[in-house]
Ligand binder design. Structure first.
Ligand SMILES: Nc1ncnc2c1ncn2[C@@H]1O[C@H](COP(=O)(O)OP(=O)(O)O)[C@@H](O)[C@H]1O
Ligand SMILES: [Mg+2]
Length: 255
């Protein structure tokens, strides 16, 4: 039996009378890449905020690898390996590409701040191994030669790749990405798709909110379609592409 990375059970969230997420249930099998699609305002970002406990659900429960996240802080959720990026998040200005990637490891830095300040041997070893991992991730996305460049000087496509590998520094068991292809051109989107497949194939479960259908169709094992806060359907890319309910949800939408 495959492990379930994320089990969303009857989750609802109401904002001042508006049901932003309405009785949503689905599960994400470990090792798969699940896309969440739906028109603007469908509740996709709110769903991410609920599964990371940034918002508390009004109803329902979320289990992360069989453990309920109810009562955990967002930090505790992240420490268990549920790591997200934010819609319209950017690389950190005033930092190099390498430092941007390394900063993603902050959750797991074990040496105390005092030990790091004094550069004790344990802290130095840790710094070296983090640096090596960050350099390997830069290599993976073909950005090694820009390691010392200011991250904000890189093209948008490269900045998005940096954001994703920065999240990988936290060693996620489940990586949540909110619209990573926003603002990317076709070739940048293709590079991002390749990275997402590589992350999934290396064993990290991935859940991605995305409008770019070429990306979704190219990378997703399963697609959850949301509309007006509710699940319209869940299926493979081929199944949902020809589903009249999905097409109806997008009439007047942006896709
Ligand atoms: N913090 C909030 N307060 C009030 N309403 C919100 C809040 N966050 C989201 N909403 C509303 O919830 C609905 C779903 O929003 P969102 O989850 O951002 O949609 P999506 O990411 O699918 O575009 C929208 O109608 C939005 O205006
Ligand atoms: Mg959103």
């Amino acid at each position: 039996m495959t492990a379930i990375a994320l089990d969303v059970r009857n989750v609802s969230k109401i904002f001042g009378g508006l049901k932003a997420v309405a009785d949503v249930s689905f599960s994400v099998p470990a090792g798969t890449l699940t896309a969440v699609i739906g028109p603007n305002g469908a509740g996709k970002t709110t769903l991410f905020n609920l599964v990371t406990n940034i918002y508390r659900a009004d109803e329902g429960d979320v289990a992360f690898f069989d453990e309920s996240i109810l009562g955990l802080s967002p930090m505790q959720v992240a420490q268990r390996g549920l790591i997200r990026t934010f819609q319209s998040a950017r690389v950190f200005p005033g930092m190099t590409a390498l430092d941007n990637v390394m900063s993603g490891a902050n959750l797991h830095v074990r040496a105390s701040a005092a030990a790091q300040m004094m550069m004790l041997p344990g802290a130095r070893r840790e710094e070296r191994s983090l640096r090596a991992r960050a350099e390997a991730l830069l290599e993976l996305v073909g950005l090694s030669e820009f390691r010392d460049a200011a991250a904000t000087d890189l093209p948008m496509g490269s900045q998005k790749l940096l954001e994703v590998v920065r999240a990988m520094m936290a060693e996620p068991r489940l990586l949540l990405l909110d619209e990573p292809a926003a603002g990317l051109n076709d070739s940048e989107t293709a590079e991002l798709a390749e990275l997402l497949r590589a992350i999934r194939d290396a064993g990290t479960t991935v859940m991605v909110v995305e409008h770019n259908m070429a990306l979704v169709m190219g990378v997703a094992d399963e697609v959850v379609v949301l509309d007006a806060g509710a699940v319209v359907t869940v299926g493979t890319p081929a199944q949902i592409q020809s589903d009249p309910r999905v097409i109806a949800a997008y009439v007047g939408g942006e896709v």
